[in-house]
Ligand binder design. Sequence first.
Ligand SMILES: *[C@@H]1O[C@H](CO)[C@@H](O)[C@H](O)[C@H]1NC(C)=O
Length: 507
Amino acid sequence: MLVILAFYALLISRQSLGQSVDPIVIKGSKFFFKTNGIQFLLKGVIYQQAFSNDLGSISENLAAASISTTYVDALTDASACQRDVPYLNQLQVNVVRSYGIDPSKDHSNCLQVFADAGIYVLADLPTPGYTISNTNPQWNDVLYKRYTAVIDALEKYDNVLGFIVGEDVFKGPGSPSDSSSYVKAAVRDMKAYIREKNYRAIPVGYANTNAAGYNYLDCGNPAEDIDFLGANMRNWCGDNDYGSSGWENVTKSLHDYSVPAFLAEYGCSTPSQRNFTEIGLLYGYPMNGFWSGGLIYEYFDKDDQSGYGLVSVRGASVTKLANFTAVSTQMAKVTSSIVNAASYTPDSTTTKPCPAGVATTLPRNPVAPQVSASSTTDSPSSSTTTAQSNMQNSLSTGAKAGIGIGAIIAIVLLALGVFFIYRSRKTKRKCSPEENDAKWGNKPELPVNSTNSGKRGISPHMLDGSSRAELDTKTHNPIQELPTSGTEVFEASAGPHGLPELSAPKS
Ligand SMILES: *[C@@H]1O[C@H](CO)[C@@H](O)[C@H](O)[C@H]1NC(C)=O
């Protein structure tokens, strides 16, 4: 027995050394296998167990979550991934999308199990409590660190297809509380981070339900543009067809899109008998020419009567639901025409101008301002800066100590310098060395003082120093703020439902 286990362990470790999967690359508006140049169509499924307080959609879950929301990282349990592979195979799934990645966990075994099965992974960078809010958007160092931590945790796996910076964060440029420039800033900074770290050029994209914002993500400076678009289209329901579902309109509006697009979520749950006839159109005529496939919402049944799940999982046992049969039946009928990278010439390679009325300047890289903030004595935006530097884990103890020691040395040197200048001049100046010391002495106290205030830092969308901060000061217990953020959820979820042609009907 022990020998078998040892052999198995050896096999696993040997496998994890090998690269069994060809990375997916982008050319123009299509995905390709890197080595053989064959086009890659996503046959995907949302692969994420319920959050502790599950609201039934990715965007609502992420927007509403606080760091106290518990979640399962679907990509850490190799035996669970192994358990699901035969079912994913029957569904012809080649991509899973997970939006609860815990960067502190080990993903190697599950990613290897999926790699061996030819399954790629789309990972959302937001995690519960850490997402760009769609009502009070921020792009700050806390989010930056969380997003890059997820990238760091997954970049080494060849079957990571891409990273998603957010979902339904914005309702379209020009709409109230537009957050689209924050999305572009996040895309820009994550792409730059991957370049700077010399990671594989893993694509960075974004998922949205409202098609009105799609053009803004594919215009202007390419360094700020998405590498792929995830269109959420859970609106093909019941007797809908290509026209009445709204899919035709979206497809037409994207005809000159310059990056790959796929359905980041599709599959309606009303009526409860889902027949998935849309699969034939998505992978065949008329959508196959433009779309790179899509991801079905969703693999796991969440016991919430929403009717989306394809399987019911209890421990090690998996039960196929009616949805499962419908999907596998439709998938079996699919014939797609695909192209080869060598013979494919992208339609448009010129940069498109951005739509009128959209933000032309994006929020800054939140890591860069920290450097300049420490070199200026007084910052008018100190409330935000201070709140950000207050976040737990914002700086390691070592970094804090280093800054402290560095600052003390700087002050001593400065004081000495000022003292010698003072002595050599012999003329009394208005600014005494004591005053100088006092002025510069404020500097090192900043990070120390900052731990006194704003300890809350629970959710990045609470970091705004303006109106919300005033609200927050009225509550004595930081935990009391959670219900406040809960009310925001309703504002957030109201968005998609206000767009009848694209909203996902809920049961
Ligand atoms: C598609 O677009 C046309 C023209 O703008 C519009 O009249 C129609 O209502 C749209 N269809 C759907 C289902 O949204």
